[in-house]
Design a binder for this molecule. Sequence first.
Ligand SMILES: C[S@@+](CC[C@H](N)C(=O)[O-])C[C@H]1O[C@@H](n2cnc3c(N)ncnc32)[C@H](O)[C@@H]1O
Length: 526
Amino acid sequence: MLNKSAADNHSTSECMVPEHLNSTGCRIGYAEGKGRGVYASRDLAAHSVIEISPVLLFSAEEYEKHGKYTVLDHYTFKWRDGRMALALGLGSLFNHSPNPNVSYSIDMVTESIRYTTARRIHDGEELCIYYGHKLWFDPVDAESASTSEEKDDGWGGLPRLDDEGAEEFDEELQQLLNGNASDVIPEDQLPFSRIKLLPDDEEEDEFSAVRTERAWAVDIPEPRHTTTMLKWLKTSGLETPSMSHLKRIRREGDKMTILLTFASSSPDPPVLPEGVGLPDPYLVDVPRSVALTLLSLKHKTSYWPTVYAPRRKGEPELWSRGKVRWAYEAMREVVQEAKHAAEQGELPIASYVPVPYEAELREATQMLDPHLAHDTRKSTCHPLRHSVMNVVRTIASHRAAEDTSPTAAPQLAPPTPSLLDFGNPAISSKSSPSREDRQNGSHYLLTSLTLFTTHEPCIMCSMALLHSRVKEIFYLVPMAKTGGCGSTTCVPKLDGVNHRYGIGLWKNGQKWAEDSNVRVDGALDA
Ligand SMILES: C[S@@+](CC[C@H](N)C(=O)[O-])C[C@H]1O[C@@H](n2cnc3c(N)ncnc32)[C@H](O)[C@@H]1O
């Protein structure tokens, strides 16, 4: 640690700081114990670029010999190629905060750093970045708790997890959260791992288990008849889009064979055009899906020539840094709610459905408010009041209450009691449902929404989520004995289900839950 702080190094006081002509809303100010700092000179919107600082680069050798013995050591940081960098402009004047309101991204091409507000900022607030965990000075705000405003700042800043989790806060995650919101984050750097729902081709190759289906084919003795046959096929009604992953013709030496139709759509041999002199059609086994890898292509083509499509439908979507922040904030919210539940004597289990990250989804789902719920089995003495069920019910009730259209209720058919209705004694085959309950029955769908939860949902909740059509879920703690999203079984992966939702397991989830005292026994339903 250097002996002198920046505040000691500069005799600068508030009235002596230079004026700054930055037109993006920054001014230089002075803070006791920190020295100069950057302050907002007006209200700033979230995600505004407030500064682009060119950097001065020193070779590692030059820095080792000279730089590190000077005051420069307060200001320099390691550039990605090992050189030491000094930000010019305002860049070197941003002080450190454990709850920063400014994020930055490095541009190696233009050798500059771009600073962006991570949330909405009020006139006069200090603009701070996060320097990392290994500080070379004693930060004045080391122990300061976040203000409620900082805690509720959306997902913009990089606040600590909470008091318990702070010590163990994952440095890599912090680095990841810091930077340009639109950067795409590589899959292996995401803070969660996704559970694979469909066997991919590697698995298929490994077990040589190409899934096939029976189809009718016919040999064409005269190659000149091939075009005639293809034209006929187009008008025959035999072609279906479900065959689009298969090539129509197979060539084996001089022998040409045409694929006609799936046996499931034509149990009897299809009637062929007259006058072409074709032999009778016969049944062949053809792959049921496209080839995703070259190895799979080889396997599948040994049955029937198959289309090669390395990018598959349902491939995991790309996540931006901004979306990762959104997810991280949602997880923080869940942890806080679980702690809150424990304080009330409930099990520390919570679930949360945030407002979607993407604007178009916000509009499409009309999900303009987040919904949060915790487990209430203890207080209600009701075994089915799990947090997942509770949050889904909360959303349904909210929507039902908002749906004031006079025609809404009468138009609804009496609901089929669903898994989500279990907890409500008003919905049973014997009692007639109330208006609100009937509306609940139509409002519980979570189509295109994401659910965050502290613990892996049990099988009942996993099934209820399937029923709700949720888009994806993320959880912190796997439940070895009861979990229905990867532990005892994986409900959305089961054969025959009519909906599959994505599952993400938070990478440091168990630790986070332990540090926050919200971990429940793996044998308990979540
Ligand atoms: C990059 S400079 C920031 C500008 C500096 N305050 C100045 O007046 O030139 C980093 C130095 O600022 C001081 N500093 C930054 N954040 C601080 C904080 N939270 N608490 C105390 N000192 C801080 C430390 O002395 C550190 O070495």
